[in-house]
Design a protein around this ligand. Structure first.
Ligand SMILES: [Zn+2]
Length: 268
């Protein structure tokens, strides 16, 4: 029986794509492992539920490749495809962990790699709803002797560059930015022909200074309303102008910033 090829994957390989012996060999050269931590949740009518996982995985592959080109060896970890998506649960297909389940997953994943010899763990946040849990997990796991957990959130820096990169002002959930990044990673899973225009994230009312969500670098968090109340189509903004080229530019910004942050914190 001939089966359809859904999409192809470009390297470098991450932990689940390597053998145990290959990880053992890497451990002779590095104690750094970088995990994309994402979600499975609605991303409008045009992106797959794995949109955050695809972006986090692609970002980590590019971070590992950039370090390799500089002669710095790090291991790309297991993409964690589930997160806290309680806000998105009104939409079919969304699968959410409760925050305490998420905490337990992150704790067990980190303790597994710590047992094998990794000591510096980077958690790359590619789904904003995981911020609170990842913050607590990083703090708790870092208390083990000799272990460091660095949590990084690329969103505030990337959003500060969006006016230079995007055609629209749609940097929000499933908007032009996210659509472009999924296009640059796995174009076969993007349905631009089904893209719809949603409201702008944050509404159109008068804005107070730094009155935006904490995960975007602001100072507020107001989780009471479900995503369907904010946007009936499960996305914000106008994704129709998204291109893979824009997505590549976004990954370039993420890569440069993330590598600089990791280099500085771990004195590489
Ligand atoms: Zn997303």
């Amino acid at each position: 029986m001939k089966r359809e090829v859904i999409y192809s994957v470009r390297g470098p390989r991450l932990l689940p794509e390597m053998t145990s012996a290959e990880i053992g060999e890497e451990l002779k050269h590095t104690d750094i492992i970088i995990f994309p931590v994402a979600s499975t949740e609605v991303h409008g009518s045009h992106l797959p539920l794995a949109a955050d996982t695809i972006q986090g995985t692609e970002a980590v592959r590019r971070i590992v490749a950039k370090f390799a080109s500089e002669g710095i060896r790090v291991v790309g970890g297991l993409p964690i495809p589930l997160g806290v998506s309680l806000r998105e649960m009104d939409f079919p297909g969304t699968i959410s962990l409760m925050p305490d389940t998420m905490m337990a997953v992150i704790r067990d994943v980190c303790n597994s790699v710590i047992k094998h010899g990794f000591r510096r763990i980077v958690l790359v946040m590619s789904h904003d709803g995981n911020l609170g849990t990842l913050y607590s997990a990083a703090e708790e796991i870092s208390k083990q002797p000799g272990v460091r957990v660095l949590l990084i959130n690329w969103l505030p820096f990337l959003r500060s560059k969006y006016t230079e990169v995007l055609k629209s002002k749609s940097g929000g959930h499933a908007g032009e930015g996210e659509t472009a990044r999924v296009l640059a990673a796995i174009p076969e899973l993007v349905h631009l022909d089904r893209a719809q225009v949603g409201p702008e994230e944050g509404g159109s009312g008068p804005q107070l200074e730094t009155d935006m969500s904490i995960h975007f670098g602001g100072g507020t968090f107001d989780p009471a309303r479900g995503l369907r109340d904010l946007t009936p189509i499960g996305s914000f903004g106008d994704p129709r102008g998204a291109t893979a080229e824009t997505g590549d530019k976004c990954y370039g910004i993420i890569e440069d910033w993330a590598c600089a942050v990791i280099r500085r914190h771990f004195a590489l």
